[in-house]
Design a protein around this ligand. Sequence first.
Ligand code: OAD
Length: 262
Amino acid sequence: MDDQIDQVAEMIRTAESIVVLTGAGISAESGLRTFRGASQADLPANMQALWKEFDPIKLATPEAFDADPAGVSKWYDWRRLGCLAAEPNPGHTSLAEIERRAAARSARFTLLTQNVDRLHQKAGCRNVVELHGSIIQWRCTSCETKVTPGLDPMPAFPQRSSCCPTDQKAILRPDVVWFGEALPFEALRATDEALATCDLFLSIGTSSVVHPAASFIQVAAGNGAHTVEINPEATPISRMVDVSLRGKSGEVLPRIVEALRG
Ligand code: OAD
């Protein structure tokens, strides 16, 4: 793998516009569960992929929230607390360093993430586009006001919105994108702009099965960008990328940064 690490470091060193797409895998080494992925025999049952234990249709759709606002809110609050307690791992901090190095030579760096945990920002990344929103932030179902609940579990499920006290139907929902919902307009605009100029695209810790994020790599490759994947498992894009680094992002990315430091 050493040659591939050097090859990717050289691509990063010379790129004018880098786009990184991340998924749940980059936060796995921070102790957060992925949604899919091969069963990991070394992990206890309560650390296996979320969609193996829970049904996304009953939790991650607007219909599920309408049918059971208490149950869905409670599940998302449980995950919110897990995200708040988590710390960035060397994968996150390495991307922050890659961004700083790009900025120092006036190259462009855009991090598109499907993650809702805010760990990239906690690690010091600046230009982060949250494609699927954030679980740290919630919003009123009536007036869309955003709120950031504290470190304790929410006092009630569902939680009434304090911004609309007279509206009996106004409750808080996580500010995430559920299946069947559109991605935030501003996130899509920033993505289109970044993909149009990108000459290096890295796909890290994503199973590459959820669209539209899964198809961004085709857009980048179509524009002539070099493509790289970092993932311990094969995915639908593994065969099409220029370089496939089969390993954990918390181990592979620090090696790339080491090569960059030279
Ligand atoms: P997935 O859970 O689908 O995929 C996680 C990927 O991370 C898998 O390909 C794993 O092989 C890989 N992985 C596991 N450990 C890793 C490590 N240490 N380093 C690098 N990679 C590792 O997560 P996403 O692709 O992010 O949406 O899923 C996309 C969307 O599907 C999520 O945003 C979520 C989910 O349903 C909604 O909830 C709407």
